[in-house]
Design a binder for this molecule. Structure first.
Ligand SMILES: Cc1cc2nc3c(=O)[nH]c(=O)nc-3n(C[C@H](O)[C@H](O)[C@H](O)COP(=O)(O)OP(=O)(O)OC[C@H]3O[C@@H](n4cnc5c(N)ncnc54)[C@H](O)[C@@H]3O)c2cc1C
Length: 393
């Protein structure tokens, strides 16, 4: 079987390692000449850590990351949520990770396995041919493969050409972000979110790596570029939301824009005869990063697909197994993030009142905190049921 993976991000690099380990002929095609991660720090949940552990990458990642043990949310300076991962016995804290550290580990594993990389090649789509699935680029086809994996992120060209999208909506709100040095450890082991009086304003502070912090500032997408341009004005507006972190605002030298999409596919795979195309990660289910589970879902996809392909030589059946195993888990997080978004980043300002007045009593109600922590850990299919990684790829 010859497989092409489009995209050398988290899911693509992980899957490349798993397929190479299974002795499958795999090539990775990436649009960037010099692939590097783009974006702020990551809040990496327990599920994602489990996948990295199976690749023996968790210990080195932990060595350069910080545990995130609490979520502390304030509204107009008053605490509305103070939730520790220890509310759920046996759960593991998240990790505050520099994207570059995770990417460097994955890339070195891909290179160590000798996986061929085609860099600087933007893929425009895929199409069935008599000899397999062709990978299309602006300069012609790259060749035909038995399987093409779209691991090319939320704006996936592979997804578009597969014609499986049932929902692809940009969110009205995005974020400006920066990663700054935090030598005094002001961000400690806590994800801090300072909310405004309405549902459009918040400042997030995430411990990132050993001595940095990521700042996220909620902005309507129409203002992303404008706000990014005037740092002093931004500092003045953001300071009242920063709680104990106002000192970090002075360290920001550049704000970068990020926007999110809400993507749902009818099916993450298509089969043409004995060949096919399949989607993993954001290309299959982009969502808002409110819950910080996107990377964990991408890693779980890669693990599950790798396991299905390594364990079943019948490609259509292996793809159907992958889709079936991932469906309930993905659907739960799609709905949860979509339902949460109006309370944190929307124009539905009346929602702020119940949010600010109910969150504290709710999270203190016996039994609620463990459920919320379970959802944060990234492995739920309902508030009370867990999704499990298939065993050994
Ligand atoms: C502001 C923000 C904050 C976030 N915070 C968190 C967080 O705290 N925790 C968390 O778990 N998740 C977070 N996420 C989500 C997380 O970043 C994604 O879910 C995750 O990176 C998805 O991985 P992926 O492999 O699917 O795609 P990506 O990591 O996006 O990789 C896609 C790769 O495909 C390549 N590519 C794209 N198009 C093409 C093409 N046409 N041809 C060839 N190559 C192509 C890209 O260059 C890239 O290398 C956040 C997202 C945003 C926007």
């Amino acid at each position: 079987m010859r497989i092409a993976i489009v995209g050398l991000g988290t899911s693509g690099a992980t899957l490349a390692c798993l397929l190479a380990d299974a002795g499958i002929d795999v090539t990775v095609v990436e649009q960037a000449d010099d692939p590097r991660p783009v974006g702020a720090g990551l809040w990496l949940q327990e599920l994602g850590q489990q996948v990295l552990d199976r690749l023996d990458l968790l210990t080195p990642l932990r060595a350069v990351s910080r545990p995130v043990r609490r979520v502390h949310m304030t509204a107009r300076g008053r605490t509305i949520v103070d939730l520790g991962y220890d509310a759920l016995p046996g759960s593991k804290p998240a990790l505050g990770v520099r994207r570059g550290d995770l990417f460097a580990l994955l890339l070195s594993e891909v290179r160590r396995r000798g996986v061929p990389l085609r860099l600087g090649v933007p893929v425009t789509g895929v199409r069935p041919t008599p000899s397999g699935i062709a990978v299309e680029t602006a300069h012609g086809d790259l060749g035909s493969f038995d399987l093409v994996v779209g691991a090319d992120g939320s704006r996936s060209a592979v997804r578009r050409s597969m014609n499986v999208t049932s929902r692809d909506r940009p969110y009205a709100y995005g974020a400006l972000w920066a990663v700054v040095e935090d030598p005094d450890g002001s961000s400690t082991d806590t994800l801090f979110q300072g909310l405004g009086a309405d549902t459009s304003t918040y400042l997030g502070v995430l411990p990132t790596g050993r001595s940095s912090a990521s700042l996220f500032w909620s902005v309507h997408t129409r203002d992303l570029q404008v706000r990014a341009g005037d740092l002093d004005a931004w500092r003045a507006v953001a300071a009242p939301y920063a709680g104990p972190h106002t000192g970090l605002l002075d360290r920001v030298t550049e704000l970068l824009p990020a926007s999110y999409r809400d993507v749902v596919v009818r099916s993450p795979f298509r089969v043409e005869g004995r060949c096919g195309a399949v989607l993993v990660g954001d290309s299959a289910h982009a969502m808002s990063p409110q819950l910080g589970v996107g990377t964990s879902l991408a890693l779980a996809d890669a693990w599950t697909l790798g396991h299905a392909l390594a364990g079943d030589a019948d490609l259509p059946r292996a793809l159907a197994t992958y889709a079936r195993r991932r469906a309930a888990h993905v659907r739960w997080y799609q709905w949860t993030t979509r339902l949460m978004m109006p309370a944190f980043q929307s124009d539905l300002h009346p929602v702020a009142w119940p949010r600010d007045h109910l969150a504290r009593p709710l999270t203190r109600t016996p039994g609620v905190a463990p459920v919320l922590v379970g959802v944060l850990c990234g492995d739920r299919t309902t508030p009370f049921t867990r999704w499990h990684l298939p065993d050994g790829a």
